[in-house]
Design a protein around this ligand. Structure first.
Ligand code: DC
Length: 226
């Protein structure tokens, strides 16, 4: 049996991190964790309960009442985000959540809560996790770190196509503005900002198909499995 390792996939919004990380996990027989879904679910909780993430008391109270876990969808077998027992995988992709998630994810206590949960999920290794700070903060000793990049125009197109399916009223300008704002906040926050880990390998998928990017990633991972 090959060695079980930790693979991290970080990068800007809508670079295709989750598509790659999910495919890689399937190929390796590993668990896939979408860390962004956790910040999105926490954001949903704050919005639904009218709580202010800039008020420390409200944050600590909220975090006591939030339980997050991933569960496979019985039909697709894809792992989906559950918040306090409810499947929120689809609702957390809404633009209302996307507009606030970077602000929520910049709060120190919220990051500590999410990072601790992510580190527990990686205790047994055999995991592919995607996000912004996985290679730098969550698993600084991961065996393989991938940092994904893609041209902004391509990222906007991809995210627009994905969001348009659920909400035909959405405009490309809205999607572009949201991606640019999230990139800015994610890269400039004080606590573990988005940056490439020194030992991460850059994977530019601007001109790659899903199949091609998976092949590139497998070539990166393979030497670490023996
Ligand atoms: O990957 P995503 O777009 O679903 O992530 C949603 C937001 O969560 C993103 O704008 C920044 C935040 N995030 C983060 O701060 N750290 C992570 N490890 C993952 C996501």
């Amino acid at each position: 049996m090959s060695k079980r390792i930790i693979v991290t996939v970080d990068g800007f919004s809508s670079c295709g991190k989750s598509t790659l990380a999910r495919a890689l996990a399937r190929e390796l027989g590993y668990v896939y964790i979408d860390s962004g879904a956790m910040y999105r679910a926490i954001t949903l909780y704050f919005l639904r309960n009218n709580l202010n993430w800039n008020e420390p008391d409200q944050v600590s109270e909220a975090l006591k009442n939030i339980e997050l876990h991933f569960e496979p969808n019985p039909t697709t077998l894809k792992s989906e985000m559950h918040l306090n027992g409810e499947n929120v995988e689809y609702i957390i992709r809404d633009i209302v959540v996307a507009e606030k998630v970077s602000e929520v994810a910049a709060v120190k206590e919220i990051r500590e809560f999410a990072v601790a949960a992510q580190q527990r999920m990686g205790e047994k290794k055999g995991i592919v996790m995607d996000g912004r700070d996985i290679g730098t903060t969550v698993f600084p000793n991961a065996e393989v770190k991938i940092f994904m990049v893609a041209d902004e125009a391509v990222r906007v197109e991809r995210r627009f196509a994905e969001m348009y399916n659920k909400n035909p009223n959405i405009t490309i300008e809205e999607v572009k503005a949201n991606i640019e704002l999230r990139d800015y906040i994610d890269s400039n926050r004080e606590v573990s900002p988005l940056r490439k880990a020194d030992d991460a390998i850059v994977l530019d998928n601007t001109h790659l198909t899903e199949k091609e990017q998976l092949q590139v990633a497998l070539e990166i991972v393979k030497p670490h499995l023996v």
